[in-house]
Design a protein around this ligand. Structure first.
Ligand code: NAI
Length: 468
């Protein structure tokens, strides 16, 4: 095999896990190739996930803010309307620009980009088909970073028209009059909010008794009440049992304690989770072990059961989040280079980018108690924060959870405008094993929303200064 087909590392998949891993490998002096079947790098996150959804969320948030709150700021706005195609163009522009940026970045860092679909032939051997870089390649290490894909409900196959997943939900050509969302998790809430702000009547159907089941129930409830005020309807503890897809509408049969009911909608967005994307990689033939959920089984060094084949990101255990995949990628590269790469999976922040945003890190009160930990909690309502009042961001709260004996900060949960940024200081405190007292004694600028974190920490010790 010629030298341009032989590498130290071949990374398969150029999402945030894969391309970051490839960059780190190259930084560490490893001859690295990155195989991607899409012409644009960046994976789900850049192409159809985090980035386009955030662009849509931001544009629609401006629209919603002006529509609902301009008058409270003394701004008179008449004849306000949106232009969906311009809004989509803006989003597409962001995706294109970032896509070009990632390719330039990866190339500049010395990574060889291979275009095509990769298939693993066994340890050390990869075949690339259907692209400019067709051929056989070899490497000492192969890293699978092929990400995830939407889960399909068996009785509700995706048709891209009435029954859609998030890839479709960021690109409708018109605002549906009525839309059902199945699943009140991150995708359901984010895309539910986007289309509701643009005028759709959105009903979110959740199987469990509360939205965002991974969060503190108090936080989930506060968030739900806010989104109900904004016009979303939630049907909790409700199961979709069947669907009838007509020419222009879909009729869903719902079952709850109240009995069976039917609703007719223009679009059904299914957002019930994502599963690993490993089709066509040849894993079965190569003999790579998968777990009961189809994820690739790896050890602490990201090794699969086959020597020289590792996996990172959404295809392995852990939260399916871009920043977690990036950390996996960096750690995996460092381990390959003989360093001691490590990911602290207890400190992965989660954010749902609605308004107000919902952010969390570490354990919720319930999760801590379930582990038998005695806790103290402190909370602070955003309505009592001066900056929040001045800017009309009074919805939400901060809650901190600390060990009752050691005062170590165990978790922080936030519903507040800007929570995605506020959570960063909580992550730092916790990463350095900080206590609630540490957070409470850290000086936060006034007036900022971040003071609510300090106040919540103070109140864990009954010392809140600005709450009653
Ligand atoms: P999710 O796991 O966050 O939420 C799925 C929801 O659907 C859960 O509340 C679950 O109880 C509910 N559910 C499951 N089956 C159901 C059924 N048959 N009927 C009604 N409800 C049902 O999954 P989601 O929102 O699809 O997101 C997928 C992945 O992508 C997650 O890992 C998420 O963290 C990640 N993601 C993260 C984002 C962010 O960080 N902002 C944005 C979008 C996705």
């Amino acid at each position: 095999m010629s030298s341009d087909h032989t590498f130290d590392v071949i990374v398969i998949g150029a999402g945030p896990g894969g391309y970051v891993c490839a960059i780190r490998c190259a930084q560490l002096g490893l001859k690295t190739a990155l195989v991607e079947k899409n012409t644009r790098l960046g994976g789900t996150c850049l192409n159809v996930g985090c980035i386009p959804s955030k662009a849509l969320l931001h544009s629609t948030e401006i629209f919603h803010e002006i529509k609902e709150h301009a008058s409270s700021h003394g701004i008179v706005c008449k004849g306000l309307e949106h232009d969906l195609s311009a809004l989509m163009k803006k989003k597409d522009g962001v995706v294109n620009q970032l896509g070009k940026g990632v390719r330039a970045l990866v190339t500049k860092k010395g990574v060889t980009c291979l275009e095509g679909t990769a298939r693993i032939l066994g340890s050390g051997r990869v075949e690339v088909t259907e692209g400019k870089s067709e051929g056989s390649y070899s490497a000492k290490e192969i890293i699978i970073a092929t990400g995830s894909k939407p889960i399909e409900l068996p009785f509700l196959p995706y048709d891209g028209k009435h029954i859609v997943h998030s890839d479709h939900g960021i690109a409708f050509d018109k605002v549906p009059a009525k839309m059902a969302v199945i699943g009140a998790g991150a995708i359901g809430l984010e895309l539910g909010c986007v289309w509701s702000r643009l005028g759709a009547k959105v009903e979110i159907i959740e199987f469990l008794p509360e939205i965002c089941p991974q969060l503190d129930p108090e936080i989930s409830k506060v968030a739900r009440k806010i989104f109900e005020k904004q016009g979303l309807t939630f049907r909790l503890s409700t199961k979709v049992t069947s669907a009838d897809i007509g020419k222009s509408k879909a009729t869903l049969t719902l079952e709850s304690e109240k009995g069976a009911e039917e609703i007719s909608v223009d679009r059904v967005l299914v957002a019930v989770g994502r599963g690993p994307s490993t089709d066509g990689l040849g894993l079965k033939e190569a003999g790579v072990t998968l777990d009961e959920r189809g994820r690739i089984t790896v050890d602490h060094a990201f090794n699969t059961n086959l020597s020289g084949i590792r996996a990172i990101g959404d295809v392995i255990h852990g939260p399916m989040l871009a920043h977690k995949a990036e950390e996996d990628g960096v750690a995996c590269a460092e381990i390959i280079a003989g360093q001691s790469g490590h990911v602290n999976y207890d400190m992965v922040p989660g954010v749902i980018y609605v308004d107000p945003e919902i952010a969390n890190v570490g354990l919720s009160e319930t999760q801590a108690k379930d582990r038998g930990i005695e806790v103290r909690t402190g909370s602070f309502p955003m309505a009592a924060n001066g900056r929040a009042l001045a800017t009309g961001a009074t919805d939400g709260m901060v809650k901190v959870v600390a060990d009752a004996h050691t005062d170590r900060l165990l978790g922080v949960q936030i519903v507040a405008r800007g929570a995605s940024e506020l959570i960063a200081s909580a992550v730092s405190h916790m990463e350095y094993s900080g206590s609630a007292e540490d957070l409470a004694r850290t000086i936060h600028a006034h007036p900022t929303l971040s003071e609510s974190l300090k106040e919540a920490a103070l109140s864990a010790d009954g010392r809140g200064l600005h709450s009653i």
